[in-house]
Ligand binder design. Structure first.
Ligand code: NAD
Length: 378
């Protein structure tokens, strides 16, 4: 039995902590009210919710304040990043309801698909008149295209060129023709060749399960009459997306690495685990956090639709050539393994780590953060 004065003291201290927590919550509510005023002001002046420089300044300030107050700056940064993200998401959600060109008619081609349905919702919520065309709608293509200001092609990669060629004779001359295909060279060439009006290439680097466009990247390949396409880009910015301008070749070269190689390497890892009949559950019980993280990425791939990935991996002969190079590069390691040549491994390792240069530091920092989060939660 603990002495009564201990219980009393403990209860008193707990009440103090509860009172402080109550104040923190009231202060967060007060902060949100100020944020809403900022939102109203931004809305009035058609400004995007996200202001990267302001956020970074704020974080640096809070870190300094934390240090001065004897608190851990890392922890305070994490806390404020979470608060900022929350308020950014709700700001973006408010702003997204406002269209840059409300009432304009937008046609989504491939409207029944994952991305088609996703963008229909966003355009509808922003006040556009949205029309959809899918495989069975071609008999009505003329009516569907009548008076539209934007047509977005969102069909499987294999069908994109033929759909563009079939669609364009029906488009009003000043209509913006855009696509969201994950490759850009062939669709851009086809759009520019068959539509004489404004042309815009887009590639959202996210899928239809993404609930917010906040800070999501959209690659943009300008085609023709950029000033007539600007309102479309402004709409994406208003939804919170970050636009990265590129040209089709650069886009496709980088995407071959970012998407095709990465997914293929992940597929190959998963395939090998399957071939070896690895007991996943048991392996996780012994796992280091980094293995858990890797396995999470592999498992995530196989939780999705095969065609999504086959479309990306087999998108072009250029991509397949890169993957053949990758497999050949793996085979080059055979000799080293067969001979147990550790020295060769070390030599290559040093060489590659020199090539990675300062990025290695960043990679270590970011992956350590992810690992810490994983440990915290699971
Ligand atoms: P999806 O297969 O879910 O949908 C495609 C839709 O196009 C279907 O409704 C299909 O019926 C329709 N379609 C096919 N042929 C057609 C035709 N001839 N005429 C009219 N409609 C036709 O595909 P998705 O995942 O929505 O992808 C669409 C596009 O978006 C692709 O170009 C893809 O590269 C790109 N993209 C997809 C993602 C993603 O994560 N899913 C991300 C970024 C970009």
């Amino acid at each position: 039995m603990l002495p009564k004065h201990y219980e009393d003291a403990l209860n008193g201290l707990r009440r103090d902590i509860d009172a402080v927590d109550g104040k923190i919550i009231s202060l967060l509510a007060e902060r949100r009210r100020h944020v809403e005023q900022v939102l109203a002001l931004k809305k009035e002046h058609h400004q995007p919710a996200y202001h990267p420089a302001r956020e970074e300044d704020l974080i640096s300030d809070r870190r300094r304040q934390a240090d001065a107050a004897g608190l851990d700056p890392e922890h305070i940064e994490e806390l404020f990043r979470s608060i900022l993200r929350r308020s950014r998401v709700s700001q973006t959600a408010h702003i997204s309801r406002r269209g840059i060109r409300p009432g304009a008619a937008v046609l989504l081609v491939g409207a029944g698909g994952g991305m088609g349905r996703y963008f229909q919702k966003w355009f509808l919520d922003a006040g556009y008149r949205v029309r959809g065309l899918d495989r069975d709608g071609w008999d009505h293509v003329e009516e569907l295209c009548d008076g539209i200001e934007l047509a977005i092609v969102s069909v499987p990669i294999d069908a994109t060129i033929s759909v563009i060629e079939r669609l364009t004779p029906n488009l009003p001359p000043d209509c913006v023709l855009a696509d969201i295909t994950s490759i850009k060279t062939a669709p851009m060439t086809a759009m520019l060749a068959s539509h004489s009006g404004p042309v815009l290439g887009l590639h959202p680097l996210f899928g239809p399960t993404t609930s917010t466009m906040d800070k999501q990247i959209v690659a943009v390949t300008p085609g023709r009459r950029p000033s007539d396409c600007q309102w479309v880009l402004d709409q994406f910015t208003a939804w919170g997306a970050i636009l990265v301008e590129t040209d089709p070749k650069e886009h496709d070269d980088i995407m071959a690495i970012v998407q095709s190689l990465r997914h293929f390497a992940t597929f190959s890892f998963g395939r090998f685990l399957w071939q070896k009949c690895v007991n996943l559950e048991r392996s996780l019980e012994f796992s280091s956090p980094i293995y858990r993280l890797e396995l999470g990425m592999v498992g995530r791939l196989f939780a999705q639709d095969a065609t999504l990935y086959s479309e990306i991996i087999f998108a072009s002969s250029h991509r397949r050539a890169l993957l053949l190079d990758f497999v050949a590069s793996l085979a080059e390691n055979l000799g080293m393994l067969e001979n147990g040549n550790k020295a060769e491994f070390n030599r290559q390792f040093e060489q590659i780590s020199e090539w990675f240069g300062p990025f290695s530091e960043q990679a270590l920092r970011e992956s350590s953060y992810l690992i810490d989060k994983l440990i915290e939660r699971f």
